[in-house]
Design a protein around this ligand. Structure first.
Ligand code: TXA
Ligand code: MG
Length: 301
């Protein structure tokens, strides 16, 4: 059963949690400025307290409410990509509670591009802290059907917004250093960000600046083995040799692949296989975020 926008807004105003759709993955949301509400996110997700949350704002929000400094690069990037799957890390302003940012002096901000998330942000007079709506270290849900029962039962509201159009989490770019750096790759690529900023952007592997990017993140229970070629006889094939048009499209198109990836991993887990093979998608910058998620999904510890 799905709740209405109004019901979810009421939950959030009361300091309770709501599962909401975004264009990337479903988020487990709370009032980002209410420390007690945010503490419920950590509790329900089983997330360590030093893993900072993304604060979701309206696309036209005054960022100086949340950030102590808003560099020109941030203005350019929001103009180019918001609302959309780009999160910017900036110096935090004192108004954002320490618990929301994992006690760091920086804050991650993003304006999601989903009509329901945007409508909610319009209805509320506070921003929403929202990590992906999964238990710590498991796969993020991209449909309401893929939501973990425990998370669903602990949320005051759950809004169904259909399948997420992007399917993997936002690109996280840190704008607090000398040089911008990507902390988490996503479907907005380094090349796109470089084109807007006109400067080089650091590689994700460059820095240990991203808290909570454990090598084994986004992982299904099933042990995954990544290889260049998977034969049809091998078990639990996720996206191997294309067997139908749908899979063929996925092998060629990173957007289609990203959109389906997490649902496919969750489906795979339901098959209870000891292990499964995944055929590696092509190389190339447009596949970078997908390779990142597959690598993490296949990490055994
Ligand atoms: O697409 C998304 O970003 C989704 C949807 C719901 O918006 N949210 C999401 O949140 O993926 P979460 O909490 O699962 O991931 C947050 C990421 C982590 O990699 C975290 O390290 C990084 O953002 N992050 C958040 N605040 C940060 C900060 N102050 N400094 C550095 N990294 C930060
Ligand atoms: Mg997550």
């Amino acid at each position: 059963m799905s709740d209405t926008l109004e019901q979810a807004a009421d939950c959030l105003r009361r300091g309770e949690l709501a599962v909401i759709p975004t264009e990337t993955v479903y988020g487990l949301a709370a009032n980002a400025l209410n420390a007690q509400a945010v503490s419920k996110i950590f509790e329900v997700k089983g997330r360590p307290a030093d893993h900072p949350l993304i604060v979701h704002v309206r696309p036209d929000a005054d960022l100086s409410q949340f950030a102590a400094q808003v560099p020109e690069s941030a203005n350019r990037l929001r103009k180019a990509f918001w609302p959309g799957p780009l999160t910017m890390v900036l110096r935090k302003s004192p108004g954002v509670p320490a618990i929301t940012t994992g006690r760091r002096d920086t804050v991650a901000l993003r304006a999601p591009n989903h009509p329901i998330a945007l409508a909610l942000l319009e209805m509320l007079d506070f921003p929403l802290a929202a990590p992906s709506a999964n238990r710590f270290m498991s796969v993020s849900p991209t449909t309401v059907e893929d939501l973990d029962g425990a998370i669903r039962s602990k949320a005051c509201g759950v809004v169904d917004g259909g399948p997420c159009q992007v399917g993997i989490e936002s690109t996280v770019v840190d704008l607090t250093g000398e040089q911008p750096a990507i902390l988490r790759p996503g479907m907005i690529s380094r090349a796109q960000i470089e084109a807007v900023l006109g400067v080089k952007v650091g590689e994700p592997e460059d820095l240990a600046r991203s808290p909570g990017t454990h090598p084994r993140h986004y992982a299904p229970r099933t042990k995954l083995i990544l290889k260049p070629n998977v034969t049809p006889e091998e078990p639990g094939l996720v996206f191997g040799k294309p067997r139908n048009l749908h899979q063929l499209e996925m092998q060629r198109n990173p957007e289609a692949y990203a959109k389906r990836l997490y649902s496919a991993l969750i489906e795979l887990d339901k098959m209870d296989l000891p292990l499964a093979f995944v055929e590696l998608p092509p190389d190339g910058v447009e596949w970078e975020a997908i390779h990142d998620r597959l690598r993490r999904a296949a990490q055994s510890e």
